[in-house]
Design a protein around this ligand. Structure first.
Ligand code: DHB
Length: 389
């Protein structure tokens, strides 16, 4: 009897020390981001946002120290996948995050599934991504969410004939499809759908074609970082003067570049989930702190995806007492989170693991000498229209 009692005491003691050592053990978050190459601004914005979140909320959650590991994938899918494998196997990260482009997220999805590691997609925005692994949770947005909003707004505002111009890969094809479907329902006409290569695009020949077709408006999707080139060539060709309006998703009038685009950008209307000047106290606090920590840099929609992604991870850690129960428990605690983001109220749909959020219509305006996307209308609580199941 006595031995049995001692054995029990030993088991209890061992259990407690295991708990205690888990509490002291570092919890690692591995962010895989394009820090170099064409999408480097996405990496820069998300890194800055993740570091700000940690500076504001501490580097300890439920007694566990948090370590952020940031790795550069250079925008290459093979690199993203290899890095994810190393982070899971060698570094034993508890969560993967980042993913600046759709192909990077899709390449990594099988690693998340095999290792049962939650994967928080903070940037990539093709609808299909969340279906690539049951361990994916998204805090960015989808092009379908934004494009449907523009397909409703444009025809109500005198735009009947449109040419679409998108980057030729997942999010561009979603933008083209969901804009067109909704626009046609509203009696609009898409006279031509143009697709430009993702890597090193030359917009000139495409824009020449648009000029010849002379639509009421050109609808554009290009990824973060590419919008300034489109705007420059659009204006250089005098397309605005020829009476062609520029519309699109807010990726084109990206806050990261907008202020350098010049007054030619004034009046451009886009649909998106975040603007630096979203009028809320939560956003003002976020923008002020972000600028202060980053030499005046404006946070863009990528930064918000990263900031909210960190919050989803932190809350899941709190609710699992520091990640007890492993990847499955953390994933369960990520599903259904609801909170006020700098972009407004957001919700992680437990069923799809995708984000439900407001989509805003915004117009480029000048305020205190700077260009901003000023919100003038909102469609509330938009679920991704692009889910196949
Ligand atoms: C994606 C990348 C972007 O930079 C963006 O603005 C939207 C979507 C993507 O690859 O999914």
């Amino acid at each position: 009897m006595k031995t049995l009692f001692n054995l029990r005491a030993l088991i209890v003691a061992l259990g407690m020390s295991a708990l205690a050592s888990q509490a002291q053990e570092v919890f690692k978050i591995g962010l895989i981001l394009p820090m170099t190459g064409q999408q480097a601004t996405t990496g820069k914005q998300i890194e800055a946002a993740a570091r700000l979140y940690m500076a504001q909320n501490g580097d300890k959650v439920a007694g566990r120290k948090i370590e952020l590991i940031i790795k550069d994938d250079g925008g290459m899918p093979d690199a993203a996948k290899r890095i994810a494998q190393e982070l899971v196997v060698n570094d034993k990260v508890g969560v993967l995050g980042g993913f600046g482009l759709t192909p990077l997220a899709l390449a990594t999805a099988p690693i998340a599934t095999q290792s049962k590691t939650p994967m928080v997609v903070m940037a990539a925005a093709t609808s299909i991504i969340t279906e690539a692994s049951p361990y994916i949770v998204r805090t960015s947005f989808t092009l379908a969410q934004c494009s449907v909003a523009m397909g409703d707004w444009a025809p109500k505002n005198g735009i009947k004939r449109v040419v679409t111009l998108v980057s030729d890969y997942g999010p561009g094809i979603d933008a083209e499809r969901f804009f067109k479907e909704r626009f046609l329902l509203n009696s609009g006409q898409v006279v031509e759908s143009l697709r430009v290569p993702l890597r090193n695009p030359d917009f000139a020949p495409f824009l020449q074609k648009v000029r010849d077709l002379k639509p009421d408006a050109l609808f554009v999707f290009v990824p973060s970082g590419a919008g300034a080139a489109v705007m420059k060539q659009f204006l250089e060709r005098g397309m605005d003067k020829a009476g062609i309006k520029l519309i699109g998703t807010g990726d084109m009038t990206d806050d990261d570049q907008l202020n350098d685009m010049g007054d030619g950008a004034l009046g451009v209307v886009t649909s998106h989930h975040y603007s630096t000047v979203h009028p809320s106290a939560v956003n003002k606090k976020f923008v002020d702190a972000f600028k202060k920590a980053n030499k005046g840099m404006r946070p863009n929609f990528m930064a918000v995806g990263g900031y909210d992604g960190m919050r989803v991870i932190y809350e899941a850690l709190k609710n699992t007492k520091g990640g007890q129960g492993g990847g499955d428990a953390l994933l369960a605690a990520m599903k259904g989170q609801i909170f006020e983001s700098p972009r407004g109220q957001i919700f992680i749909d437990a069923q799809t693991r995708d984000i439900v959020q407001n989509i805003y219509l915004r117009r480029v305006e000048k305020k205190d000498g700077e260009l901003y996307n000023v919100e003038f209308d909102v469609i509330k609580e938009v679920k991704d229209p692009g889910k196949t199941k």
